[in-house]
Design a protein around this ligand. Structure first.
Ligand code: GSH
Length: 107
């Protein structure tokens, strides 16, 4: 396993909620990433790890291979890939996002 893939595996297993995004939670640098952050915040997430893919081209490419998902943002909860901003929006509308965050112990 490459160093990047190992870093990604450790990041998603060591942290209950991880959002791979463009920019930071304070300053998202893409509308999709901003939307993902808003949904997480509005559901009261208290422990959120973000990884800014714009800071590392290998991570930006590596996460797409790791999850087999072609775009950013990417949300992981308890080590499991959840999806991008469209899926996060859907899970928010059904209340499932709240439930998943509660089960991860981060709300
Ligand atoms: N519909 C997607 C939108 C995400 C998207 O299209 N992201 C683009 C623009 S930020 C992307 O990651 N492109 C590849 C890249 O920039 O590496 C979702 O649900 O997350």
């Amino acid at each position: 396993m490459s160093d990047v893939q190992e870093f990604l595996r450790e990041t998603v297993t060591d942290n209950p909620v991880v959002l791979f995004m463009k920019g930071t939670a304070q300053f998202p640098q893409c509308g999709f990433s901003g939307k993902a952050i808003q949904f997480l915040k509005s559901n009261g997430v208290k422990q959120l790890t973000t990884v800014n893919v714009l800071e590392d081209a290998e991570v930006r490419q590596g996460i797409k291979e790791f999850s087999n998902w072609p775009t950013i943002p990417q949300l992981y909860i308890k080590g499991e890939f959840v999806g991008g901003s469209d899926i996060i929006a859907e899970l928010d509308s059904t209340g499932e996002l709240k439930q998943m965050l509660a089960e991860a112990g981060v709300v």
